[in-house]
Design a protein around this ligand. Structure first.
Ligand code: AMP
Length: 230
């Protein structure tokens, strides 16, 4: 099963993606995570990407597109994948569609989490990353996934691990830039979503598009998602 998941930063896309990934045992391919791992490991790719990520800009397509298309060719993707954070613009959507066509690969589902921009922004600023597993959801502004408190510090609500905030999550200018890209219906991520919706219409509902209201809590959204994905 091959799945794309879309949603603005702060919509719970990563959390819902992790649920789908576990249930269907798919590799969860997150472009942002691949970049952060490369930055941490001091690779050439990481060094090239860092300045764009820190300022909330997209890493240029000539770096990002081949990185993701190569990742999808690895062995662990043979039985399917869940792609998260890519495509982020119309160009990337077209490049992905072309690469899938050429590889004879089918896209089964396109999931879109819809969320108001102001709500998404607040959620981002409350988000915390667990040092042990970045699929452990923690957010100081969302009661359902609020971290535990230990000795006056927040720790991961799942495993008790140390938490940190991403620098680009605390920078309002960077958040606004990321949302400008997401909510841009001409060339940005909403244009990529529209591209796949049109493809679905032209193709008798394939890929299947699942639109979700990202407003309710994690559990409600995932229940709606699960009821639609089978
Ligand atoms: P994320 O973890 O998805 O919020 O991504 C963090 C940052 O990585 C983004 O703000 C971009 O700078 C970069 N990034 C992630 N995915 C892409 C992509 N598909 N195209 C370009 N840049 C990306």
């Amino acid at each position: 099963m091959n799945v794309l998941i879309f949603g603005p930063n702060g919509s719970g896309k990563g959390t819902q993606g992790a649920i789908v990934q576990k249930k269907y045992n798919l590799p969860h391919i997150e472009s942002g995570v691949i970049f952060r791992e490369n930055i941490k490991g001091g690779t050439e790719l990481g060094m090239k990407a860092k300045k764009f990520i820190d300022s909330g800009d997209l890493v240029p397509d000539d770096i990002t597109i081949p990185m993701i298309l190569d990742r999808l060719k690895r062995d662990d993707c043979k039985n399917g994948w869940l792609l998260d954070g890519f495509p982020r613009n119309l160009e990337q959507a077209k490049a992905l569609n072309k690469a899938l066509d050429e590889a004879g690969m089918n896209l089964d589902y396109v999931i879109e989490i819809v969320l108001d921009r102001e709500i998404a922004k607040k959620r981002i600023m409350g988000r915390r990353l667990c040092e042990n597993d970045n699929n452990h959801p923690n957010n100081i502004y969302i009661d359902a996934i609020k971290p535990e408190e230990k000795d006056g510090e927040f720790v991961c609500r799942v495993c008790g691990g140390a938490l940190s905030a991403r620098a680009d999550d605390q920078d309002e200018t960077a958040i606004n830039k990321r949302h400008d890209i997401y909510y841009d219906a001409n060339n940005g991520t909403l244009a990529a979503v529209e591209f796949f919706k049109n493809l679905s219409k032209e193709n008798n509902g394939s890929p299947k598009v699942i639109e979700l209201d990202g407003g309710p809590g994690v559990k409600e959204v995932s229940e709606e998602l699960m009821s639609k994905i089978n």
